[in-house]
Write a protein that binds this ligand. Structure first.
Ligand code: CDP
Length: 236
């Protein structure tokens, strides 16, 4: 499959262009904080519960809160029905998401507590770990969890010998590399960096530059989504 033709990608995007993104803060009423995110063909719900007493007690940390992120793909979210329940991939994504979020949440304010972050992928089309972290960040802010910054994530990669921003499904399957990145956007401190495939050093630098830039664009959308919810409260 020809992934890049006349400088345009399969969905008509330029190499440095993001897919369309829509973010809604606080769609769920029972959760302490929530977010609904559409990002290209991805649809994701994030729900935050806590801080609350960590149970079972042996997981409690006397100096800080434990962040428990759980990434789950609905069985109908992918082409071939996915067997329900955790698998190696979802355990890995849950772990890296917990670790990324732990580095911006002021966990030491809540000793012995836990904060549950549930990420449900309803529809998947590549880049779901980045979309999950981005949605979780808005849900955490919506729950009023104190953080150094609102984390944000975006991937870049290589398709048809070109370094591109934000791979969609076919590009992810047929492409040459994928580099998911999560950052704290104010400092650009890296919270997550992975790489699948092969890139030269120059290509990697370009991918990182594109992904950083994508993250900054999405950070603005996260703030707008939160402002939209909380401004409407002020008007009531
Ligand atoms: O979603 P992300 O790119 O973060 O992770 P991945 O492991 O690179 O998966 C890429 C894509 O493959 C997912 O977004 C899904 O669209 C698809 N996938 C699938 O079709 N079936 C699975 N069991 C897992 C992933």
């Amino acid at each position: 499959m020809e992934l890049i033709k006349d400088g345009k990608r399969l969905d008509g995007r330029k190499p440095d262009e993001l897919r369309p993104i829509k973010i809604e803060a606080g769609p769920l009423h029972r959760a302490d904080g929530s977010c609904y995110l559409e990002w290209g063909g991805n649809k994701i719900i994030a729900a935050v519960y806590g801080p609350k007493e960590a149970i079972p007690r042996h997981i409690q940390n006397p100096t800080r809160a434990v962040i428990n992120a759980k990434y789950n793909m609905a069985s109908f979210s992918v082409g071939d029905r996915k067997r329900p329940g955790p698998d190696r991939r979802s355990r890995e994504i849950s772990k890296i998401t917990s670790e990324a979020l732990e580095n911006v949440i002021l966990t030491e304010m809540f000793p012995r507590a836990m904060i549950d972050v549930n990420i449900e992928v309803l529809d998947a089309d590549a880049g779901t770990r980045c979309a999950g972290i981005t949605a979780a960040a808005v849900a955490l802010a919506d729950a009023g969890i104190p953080m150094e910054d609102i984390p944000v994530a975006c991937a870049a990669g290589k398709v048809g010998d070109t370094v591109v921003l934000d791979l969609m499904g076919e590009e992810d399957q047929e492409g040459q590399a994928d580099v998911p990145l999560a950052i704290a956007p104010r400092t650009e401190n890296i919270l997550l960096l992975q790489m699948d495939g092969h890139l030269t050093v120059e290509e990697f630098d370009r991918a990182l530059e594109l992904a950083m830039n994508g993250c900054q664009q999405i950070a603005t959308m996260q703030r707008e989504a939160l402002m939209k919810k909380y401004q409407s409260f002020e008007e009531d």
